[in-house]
Ligand binder design. Structure first.
Ligand code: OKP
Ligand code: ZN
Length: 348
């Protein structure tokens, strides 16, 4: 399996995350990608290539231009306004103050474009996020040229919480959605996105919620108990043309592999019935029992087993799979767990 990787992910190296009322070093740190890459090499998964530059056009097919401009200029604007630490929002257009104008000041803009308050914007964040989009696009292009049944986009920072005009939950550009839309524009008529990260892929769901050409399925910690708290319920089925093309499996604290696997099998059956031309897997391994910010109980061997289940289901109907790296914060095991999924898929 081909892996696409860019060293530019290292430019996303924020010093602060707001966590439990204090600032901590972000859980989403550069070592994550380095350790996954080392494991890819150690296991001989296949060739590792750098991305090519796709420019912003495929990003702008998913994200609003004003949001992209905000991300591009945020750090500069923050510094110019006298920010001493990293850029964080502190006021939002919530229910009681639901204004529609985009403020001029950087403090107002941060609140307008942020969907969560833990994620600092730092010097280099934009460059890393942009390179991350090139990583998934390069991997998608490779698959679309008919080479292989699978590819791995080792992108960082993650993307699935990012909506068309909102960032947060460590995510800035929605890599999985950008890849799916790119494939769509290259002639793939129907796509499925399977999100196995512990957290609900609220951004991806929101981007495709009114569409019947992209089926979104997600297994995640119940939002009643887990981030992102406000989306990911089982009754969110899609709207308008998209009704019936969104599928959520919110699962309770302590969920173990047998329960998680039942949900996966159901999601895979629905995906197969949808007859996609390509599957995008939002691959977060924060379902691991030792993950520091999550509450599922998967063990390292379970990752290989579910990779094989995805492989068996997709190979039976000749659907290629694009794996896109999302979360996973048990850093010392992130390589083993991630590559177990990919090896499981290949062996199916
Ligand atoms: C990103 B991905 C911190 C609560 C905020 C944010 C989690 C973002 C996960 N006390 N947590 O889906 O792995
Ligand atoms: Zn996650």
């Amino acid at each position: 399996m081909l892996t696409v990787y860019s060293e530019k992910h290292r430019l996303r190296d924020a010093k602060t995350e707001l966590h439990g009322g204090t600032f901590v070093r972000p859980f989403e740190c550069p070592e994550r990608a380095e350790i996954v890459l080392a494991r890819v090499r150690q296991e001989g998964l296949g060739e590792v290539i750098a991305p090519r530059d796709f420019g912003l056009a495929p990003v702008l097919k998913v994200h609003d231009p004003d949001f992209v401009r905000f991300l591009e200029n945020c750090w500069e604007d923050w510094v110019a306004a006298g920010g001493e630490g990293e850029a964080l929002p502190n006021v939002w257009p919530t229910r009681a103050m639901n204004g529609k104008r985009i403020p001029r000041s950087i403090d107002g803009k941060l609140g307008y474009y942020a969907l969560a308050g833990e994620t600092s914007i730092s010097d280099g964040t934009w460059e890393a996020a942009r390179a991350g989009a090139d990583v998934v696009l390069t991997a998608a292009e490779h698959l679309l040229s008919g080479q292989g049944q699978s590819a791995f986009a080792l992108s960082r920072p993650p993307g699935h919480h990012a909506a068309a005009d909102q960032y947060g939950g460590y995510c800035f550009l929605n890599n999985a959605a950008i890849a799916a839309q790119f494939a769509r524009d290259k002639g793939v008529e129907r796509l499925a996105v399977l999100d196995v990260d512990f957290h609900h892929g609220n951004g991806t769901q929101n981007i495709f919620y009114r569409r019947d050409d992209v089926f979104f399925a997600s297994l995640h910690g119940d939002p009643m108990d887990a981030f992102p708290h406000f989306l990911g319920h089982a009754d969110e089925l899609g709207e308008d043309a998209g009704e019936g093309f969104n599928l959520n499996f919110p699962l309770p604290p302590g969920t173990d592999y047998s329960r998680w696997r039942d949900a996966l099998d159901e999601a895979l059956a629905r995906i197969v019935a949808f007859k996609p031309g390509l599957l995008v897997v939002s691959l977060g391994v924060d379902t691991f029992e030792q993950d520091p910010i999550s509450f599922f109980k998967l063990k390292s061997d379970d990752f290989a087993d579910y990779g094989a289940r995805i492989g068996t289901a997709m190979k039976a109907v000749s659907v290629p799979a694009l794996f896109v790296m999302e979360g996973g914060y048990a850093v010392s095991e992130i390589g083993i767990n991630t590559v177990n999924v990919l090896i499981g898929f290949e062996g199916a």
